[in-house]
Design a protein around this ligand. Structure first.
Ligand code: SAH
Length: 343
């Protein structure tokens, strides 16, 4: 049995034609799966019965199963999924006024070992396939409450630019008017700063959003927090950001987790201003660290967070403070999966 979501529209059309069937059924099938959320070929009532049967014999639609679910008092819902090979991944629905953001994983585990992140604690297992990434999006779309799924962010487990081809293919499906039809500007890739991936992304004909997990503005602190900085240090990363902005004319969001005693002092804020001040289209998103006991990560006081933000703001940096969501359900990366794998 094959995952039908591994096939793009053209591939499905070709497949139907090879079976001696008209290719327009492909668009009908896409609509059923990606827009109406059908999980069973038998329910695709405008398809000939023989085709439904044939499809059901060759393909499956959803490859994952729900292993656990946690709903926060703020509506944020975290899903733990079991894949066909029994690996576990996480995805989260985050509702806000008239929007729902789906946060999805790109890999099983992570190889980048960021010191504040629970995703690496059990190491890296493998990349997710296009079908598995779309499984997450489909499940999230079918399980929102109140509003529709409007945004997708690759901020779950894994490094999307380390699984470049499959992530990009899945983004094209999420964006396609025949599939999920979510606007490119509502799709965000978040990266730890993989320079070759950012360069490649700048050449794609896709207006997607780019976030870079910065978390420190000096190489010493950043290399301690994020070992990937030794391979792609700040000077090269910021140079690459200049090139990205010049080529795409698109803004880059820099994510900055504030961790008590590590990167939240005023001198750290001043370093950040120096690093980013010449970037034409940049924004900083401050995130009070989600506490992870196993990693001794705790957020600074409200006063310290306020002073950090004020310093950036006064220096003319476009800065926002991310509202913390789902804290009561351990919605930070990798935390739910970790609880299970430690059992
Ligand atoms: N590998 C990619 C995407 C996954 S991480 C990246 O590095 O961007 C998605 C976001 O969650 C990143 O900004 C990451 O730094 C953040 N994150 C991880 N652990 C966190 C924690 N304990 N508290 C707050 N944010 C965290």
């Amino acid at each position: 049995m094959q995952d039908i979501k591994e096939l793009g529209l053209k591939e499905l059309e070709d497949k139907l034609q090879s079976l001696g069937l008209p290719k327009y059924h492909a668009r009908q099938i896409f609509k059923w799966i990606y827009q109406k959320g059908a999980l069973d070929f038998n329910n695709m009532s405008d398809l000939p019965a023989a085709l439904r049967k044939k499809l059901a014999g060759e393909f499956y639609i959803l490859g994952l199963e729900l292993a656990d679910l946690q709903r926060s008092s703020d509506g944020t819902t975290k899903f733990l999924f079991e894949l066909k090979d029994k690996n576990l991944i996480e995805a989260v629905n985050i509702p806000a006024a008239r929007r729902v953001t789906g946060c999805i994983s790109s890999q099983v585990g992570c190889k980048f070992s960021c010191q504040f992140c629970a995703s690496s604690l059990k190491g890296f297992k493998r990349n997710l396939t296009v079908g598995e990434i779309l499984d997450e999006a489909l499940y999230l779309k079918n399980n929102t409450q109140q509003a529709e799924l409007t945004h997708i962010v690759f901020m779950g487990t894994g490094e999307p630019l380390d699984n470049y081809e499959d992530v990009l293919k899945s983004i094209r499906m999420i964006n396609s008017p025949y599939a999920f039809n979510i606007g490119a500007r509502r799709i965000t890739i978040s990266t730890s700063g993989i320079i070759p991936g950012i360069k490649k992304l700048a050449g794609e004909d896709l207006q997607i959003e780019l976030s870079i997990s910065l978390h420190a503005a000096d190489d010493k602190t950043r290399s301690q927090l994020m070992p990937v900085n030794k391979r792609y240090p700040l000077e090269a990363l910021i140079k690459c950001c200049h090139e990205y902005i010049a080529k795409t004319n698109r803004q880059i969001t820099f994510e900055y987790i504030l961790i008590k005693g590590v990167n939240s002092s005023l001198p750290s804020a001043q370093n950040l201003v120096k690093l980013l001040k010449d970037l034409r289209l940049a924004k900083v998103n401050l995130i009070p660290a989600n506490p992870i006991t196993a990693l001794k990560i705790i957020p600074p006081s409200k006063a310290e967070i306020g002073a950090f933000k004020e310093c950036l703001f006064k220096s003319g940096i476009n800065v926002t403070l991310r509202q913390e969501r789902g804290q009561d359900i351990q919605a930070a990366c990798g935390q739910l999966r970790l609880r299970y794998e430690n059992k």
